[in-house]
Design a protein around this ligand. Structure first.
Ligand code: GDD
Ligand code: MG
Length: 355
């Protein structure tokens, strides 16, 4: 089977991590995020994947080349972003399958344990034009809200509505009949969620939902990115691309963790990264050459390449850009983002939580 991988978004919600690296290439549990998706697609029987690229397009071919994780790879770039539907139509030029064959379409920022083969079976037995993987979330307003009837047929598609009619949402993995892709306008900006799906439903085409509520995460926000990386390390979701077995931490070759440091909760310690004695790092992502000094505490945070946390500093839910420096004694929390190269000077004032 062939697939199209949508990887052209700018990943704005993940800035500053995505200033230098597109979201799908961010190191996640020791490998590029997409490695997990490629390996899972291969396990589900996908043999060839067309990358639909736009933002920093050249970096994808440089990262994966013509074949990776058992899958042949082809790269199709948009000169200007065509939206999700336009990107699918544009990438379909590189498909080799026939008009009735199923094509898997994957959003490039999803960690999912769902059974893609079962989704294809639902698609084929219903003779559907499109079959969507659907899952349930607490807050459907940030996603595509997708009600279905008793037979599993999709009755509406409401993208990011403030009035959701169900908690069932579009999980970002579709099976399209090849000929249904050809109904999308060529060389135009089209949203598959706001235009293609509603048009197919109102034209009477069979659009099915494959409901499966196992592990599922869109890693498009800083909190979700950290959680996804830690869940992979902890083994909460299996990935054939993991560079090590499940455990409390993943320490990559060339990293140094002092025996006097506490590192757990699914933390990854990148190549050349250092955690000194007396430091505590919990549920975090330390990219290559990051540094955590003695007595510092880092929780639910990302330290980008070469970022440094000084002695006694405390980070909780923070993103440090490449080479950012947090001087000794600072306490940062609650979604704060420090841009690449910024240096926060040492602070003499120490706050006590039991004051
Ligand atoms: N090639 C290309 N060109 N890819 C694009 C473009 C484009 O113009 N715009 C977005 N993409 C890619 C992104 O890189 C990402 O992999 C995917 O399309 C979805 O874009 P996001 O920006 O991550 O969308 P979202 O998370 O807000 O919403 C989508 O995913 C939800 C599930 O996580 C929608 O499909 C929702 O309906 C869905 O619920
Ligand atoms: Mg997303």
């Amino acid at each position: 089977m062939e697939a199209i991988l949508l990887v052209g978004g700018q990943g704005t919600r993940l800035r500053p991590l995505t200033i230098s690296t597109p979201k799908p290439l961010l190191p996640t549990a020791g490998v590029a995020f997409l490695a997990h998706q490629l390996a899972r697609a291969h396990a589900a029987g996908v043999e060839r994947i067309v990358f639909a690229t736009s933002y920093r397009a050249e970096m994808f071919e440089a990262a994966f080349g013509p074949r990776a994780h058992g899958v042949d790879l082809v790269y199709v770039s948009e000169s200007q972003p065509l939206g999700t539907g336009g990107a699918i139509r544009n990438a379909a030029r590189a498909l080799t399958c026939g008009p009735d064959d199923p094509v898997l379409i994957l959003n490039g920022d999803i960690l999912s344990g769902h059974d893609m083969r079962a989704q294809v079976k639902v698609h084929e037995s219903a003779g559907a034009a499109v079959t969507l993987h659907l899952t349930e979330v607490d807050d459907p307003t940030r996603f595509g809200c997708v009600p279905t009837d008793g037979a599993g047929r999709v009755t509406a598609f409401l993208e990011k509505t403030s009035h959701p009619v169900t908690n069932q949402i579009n999980a970002g993995c579709y099976v399209f009949r090849r000929s249904a892709i050809d109904t999308i306008a060529e060389d135009e900006v089209v949203s598959v969620e706001r235009e293609t799906f509603p048009a197919l439903i109102s034209s009477g085409a069979v659009v099915m939902g494959h409901v499966e509520s196992g592990y599922w995460l869109d890693v498009g926000t800083p909190e979700a990115f950290v959680r996804g990386s830690c869940d992979l390390v902890l083994g909460k979701i299996d990935s054939p691309a993991m560079p090590g077995g499940p455990g409390e931490r993943l320490t990559l070759a060339g990293s140094t963790v002092s025996p006097g440091a506490v590192v757990r909760g699914g933390t990854t310690v990148g190549r050349g990264a250092v955690v000194e004695a007396g430091a505590t790092v919990i549920g975090s992502v330390l990219l290559d050459d990051a540094f955590v000094a003695e007595g510092a505490t880092v929780r639910d945070s990302v330290l980008s390449r070469g970022a440094r946390v000084g002695p006694g500093a405390v980070l909780d839910g923070v993103i440090l850009g490449d080479g950012a420096v947090v001087g000794p004694g600072n306490e940062l929390c609650c979604g704060l983002r420090v841009w690449p190269g910024i240096e926060l000077p040492p602070t003499a004032v120490r706050f006590s939580t039991d004051a």
